[in-house]
Design a protein around this ligand. Structure first.
Ligand SMILES: Nc1ncnc2c1ncn2[C@@H]1O[C@H](COP(=O)(O)OP(=O)(O)OP(=O)(O)O)[C@@H](O)[C@H]1O
Ligand SMILES: [Mg+2]
Length: 357
């Protein structure tokens, strides 16, 4: 039997729970043609909720541009070409008409950039043409452009400017939602005065799942597969603290172990198995951190202040703590809000078990 708790890939639209308010806000933003940036830590369900949005907006064609890891304008042009080819049929037909007029062939951009250098197109010009294709088609067919992992655009020289220039006078023609997990980098892209998208977008945050949603997810998943969840939902929530992927990972382990006996009795072994499975990746995270960053995470995991007796004992000066917190926030290990917390509850759990205070 398959587990009802998917914890690796973005969820199918019908499995997105607990995001009604966010979906309503996103729908309003898109309908009003206001540029929206969806911010949230890794694995908080940004892609899932946007897929659900696309599915809900039946009158609008969604073009889904994932720019994860792009390194050049050629990469972005290639991804946009592929996104246009994957668009719903009605939009794609429109896009093909426009493309023919500006003498671009959709679906071949990757091959064009694989040619010997002399016969490659100019990346900036090709990207500009593909943006034109999208914009002209969007002027004829209601469209939503989703740019997932948007902060990676910021690392490609000239990319944000190219997009801004293309969208500048056309923003009211289509919906635009961008999403990203490098929260500080994303904020910087829209709030930094020197940035091309300065002041352009409304920022929406995706938060943890609430206890009621977690209870419903666990109850539904167990019921659908004929297993009794007992009191497992609150145990999951106590550890995962609403972190969506961690919730599903723990629910999956509880469900798997419930095959061997009552879910509540099996919870201890389910949690132990998850901890054992993650130990290697937690060590890898730990090993990539500076000593000050490790000390800060240890203190936060134990709910201790970053300044005072305990931090003195660890040899953490206030200057070192401040710059470590900044780094940890930038890398998504620590949340941006106050009070600061460790983003991943299972990383905090690992610190508490491995490095007690
Ligand atoms: N609404 C939800 N209800 C239950 N679980 C969810 C929900 N949203 C996300 N998840 C869980 O989180 C996992 C990651 O979701 P998703 O890939 O959408 O997040 P993301 O924020 O786009 O992550 P990344 O930063 O890695 O791109 C899913 O596989 C699922 O287990
Ligand atoms: Mg994602």
């Amino acid at each position: 039997m398959h587990s009802p708790f998917q914890f690796q890939l973005p969820l199918p639209p019908e499995d997105v729970h607990g995001r009604d308010e966010l979906l309503a806000a996103l729908t309003e933003q898109v309908t009003d043609r206001r540029i929206t940036a969806l911010l949230g830590p890794r694995r908080f369900g940004k892609t899932s909720v946007l897929r659900r949005l696309a599915d809900d907006l039946t009158e609008i064609s969604t073009v889904w541009l994932d720019v994860y890891g792009v390194q050049s304008l050629a990469d972005i042009a290639t991804r946009l070409d592929e996104a246009l080819v994957r668009a719903p049929a009605a939009f794609r037909t429109e896009a093909n008409h426009v493309a023919a007029r500006v003498q671009v062939t959709l679906g071949v951009v990757r091959a064009e950039f694989a040619r010997p250098r002399r016969s490659q197109p100019d990346p900036s010009a090709r990207l500009g043409q593909l943006l034109e294709v999208f914009l002209d088609a969007a002027a004829r067919r209601p469209a939503l452009l989703v740019i997932d992992e948007f902060s990676d655009i910021g690392r490609v020289r000239g990319a944000a400017e190219t997009l801004r220039t293309a969208f500048q006078h056309r923003a009211s023609d289509f919906g635009l939602v961008v999403a990203g997990s490098h929260v500080s980098a994303m904020r910087q892209m829209f709030a930094g005065r020197e940035q091309p998208f300065y002041g352009q977008a409304e920022l929406l945050e995706i938060g943890p799942l609430d206890a009621v949603t977690v209870a419903a997810i666990v109850a539904d998943g167990f019921a659908a597969t004929g297993r009794d969840p007992g009191n497992v939902a609150s145990r999951v929530h106590h550890v995962a603290l609403g972190h969506p992927q961690r919730t599903m990972l723990l629910a999956d382990a509880a469900w798997t172990h419930a095959a061997d006996g009552p879910a509540d009795e099996q919870w201890g072994s389910a949690l132990a198995e998850v901890r054992a499975r993650l130990d290697g990746s937690m060590r890898t995270v730990h090993d990539t951190l500076t000593v000050s960053e490790r000390r800060v995470l240890r203190l936060l995991a134990h709910d201790e202040p970053l300044f005072g007796t305990v931090s003195d004992q660890l040899g953490l000066t206030s200057g070192a703590a401040q710059s470590a917190v900044k780094q940890l926030v930038d890398h998504g290990h620590v949340t941006t809000g106050t009070p600061r917390t460790v983003t991943d509850p299972l990383l905090a759990d690992w610190f508490r078990l491995t490095l007690p205070l």
